[in-house]
Design a protein around this ligand. Structure first.
Ligand code: SF4
Ligand code: SF4
Length: 95
């Protein structure tokens, strides 16, 4: 499934989506992100899942626009550290 983390407000949608079918819980996004946005743990949407899954940490979910701003001048989303680190291509950004 696609797990969306973030929010919308008057200036747009600010979500990071993680495709949990693609995510293998490797943790590469955790070490790649300079702002520690990701955590890896038990899937809250699928408690029966055997492998861990990546999530956006609770404390980041309401301020992604600002947390990710230093990375965003790069218009090529595939060049973002988190996206580039994820070999299964499980991470995407809505803005
Ligand atoms: S865009 Fe940058 S700050 Fe935002 S999650 Fe990706 S690596 Fe982390
Ligand atoms: S790098 Fe990709 S596959 Fe690995 S934990 Fe993060 S989202 Fe999942």
């Amino acid at each position: 499934m696609i797990a969306n983390y973030g929010y919308k407000n008057g200036s747009g949608d600010f979500f990071i989506a993680i495709d949990t079918d693609k995510c293998d819980g490797c943790g590469d996004c955790v070490s790649a992100c300079p702002n520690n946005v990701f955590v890896v743990g038990e899937d809250p949407n699928d408690p029966l899942r055997d492998e861990p899954v990546a999530m956006v940490g609770e404390e980041h979910r309401k301020k992604l626009k600002y947390t990710c701003a230093p990375c965003k001048p790069d218009r090529d989303r595939s060049a973002l550290a988190c996206v580039a680190a994820c070999k299964p291509l499980a991470i995407s950004h809505s803005w």
